[in-house]
Design a protein around this ligand. Sequence first.
Ligand SMILES: [Cu+2]
Length: 481
Amino acid sequence: MNKSRRTFLLKSALAGASTAALPARAQEHHHPPEPKKGARPQKREAAGPPGHAAHVPLVEMPDLKKLPWALEDGVKVFHISADVVRREFLPGRVVDCWGFNGSMPGPLIEINQGDRVRFVVENNLPEVFSMHWHGIELPFEMDGVPGLIQDPILPGAKFVYEFTVHQHGTFFYHSHMPMQEMMGMIGMMVIHPGELYEPRADRDFGLIFQEWAILPNNTVPNTLSMEFNWLTINGKAGPDTTPMLVKQGERVRIRMVNLGMDHHPIHLHGNTFYVTGTEGGRVPRAAWTPQNTVLVGVAQGRDIEFEAKYAGDWMLHCHLPHHMMNQMASMVGPLVHGGAGIQAGKTMEAGMGMIREGHALSENNGPSFGRGLGVGSAYQETLTQLPVTPGSASLVQQSPHARHHVPPPGGKLVPGYPQDMFMVMDEMISKPETHGLRASWTAGMMGMMTLVRVLTPEKYDEIQEIKRNWKEQKPATHIHK
Ligand SMILES: [Cu+2]
């Protein structure tokens, strides 16, 4: 152990816990939920190593809160409840999911290397569960696998996890019941290092990627589905994902974790970043490579860092085409605008692509490999409208939706038309962080998408001022310029 590390731990011990590493600078914009009785907010209680406090920003998770803690005999004590939660992915699109402390995903746990932590976990669900601390090296008894290690936590019961964290980096906590994971039971856990990372970041953000299969007019995710039509970052779908605001010239870290069924190739526009961390901790600098897209696989974490040199509203998004839209259903393709819509809702075998009726592009199969969401669209199953299908025109004309038919430009039959829709929903999104974005910006921001807004100092201050004066407003009072 080198000297600075030892000094850090010593000072941490003197402070009762390593709260020393929590910087004053970041406190200014950190507002944790109202602490419970006896809880203390994360405030700086003693000076860290020279220069430490001034250079370690607290982690900001857009659209999520942090979990408060109380110090008891040198142990940071957190109370976590597994809850049924309603989350508004987009204005008006409320989803019934499961999460922690009334939040989906759960609140951020932010601690320091060397901390002794205790998690009092209460189960408010109607079924059993247990909590796993993903990637944490801890005593086996604390690893949270039900059956193998502990009895599951019964509804209404509690279980106490306690361990000391010797690692640092980006981790997460989640239910160890797979379908509960798909209901949203995950939260990020950031462990700040005892010895500072170099170069030092000015801003530190956290993003959790999730995917959902939600039938039209339903609010409960279909956790059995393997096809997803809602993609969220921190429980919000674009364009309702709150942008990350940074000042031009700042060094930015973005921590990303994925708990779902698909991998997400996350792409940042207009900037080159380095992957500086994985779910296993910090990557040695010699192994950094320049990238603009990083695959965040299932159960993985990736930290990226870059200098925000270029002013602009830069997209950060999953690049899987199906993850770049909301409510994806049978609304695109050469079918629906012809009058009736793609066939969907076949059996699980068909939905998963197990071909039973000829080759994949046969007239029987071509239109039927839809979203596989289990939509009971018996009406749609009776129709086929591939342009090559003789007689399909008459079916289309019989369709009650025939009046929606929009002829392709020039009246020509263009194979594949239409594919994409341009939907502006600026009026639905009303928050200071979107102030000054170009009119119609929302149309380019669907699904697993958000923004890194690299702002000039003047513009940054202007938005901070708006934030200070901001009260939750109705969408009608959108402040878009
Ligand atoms: Cu994706």
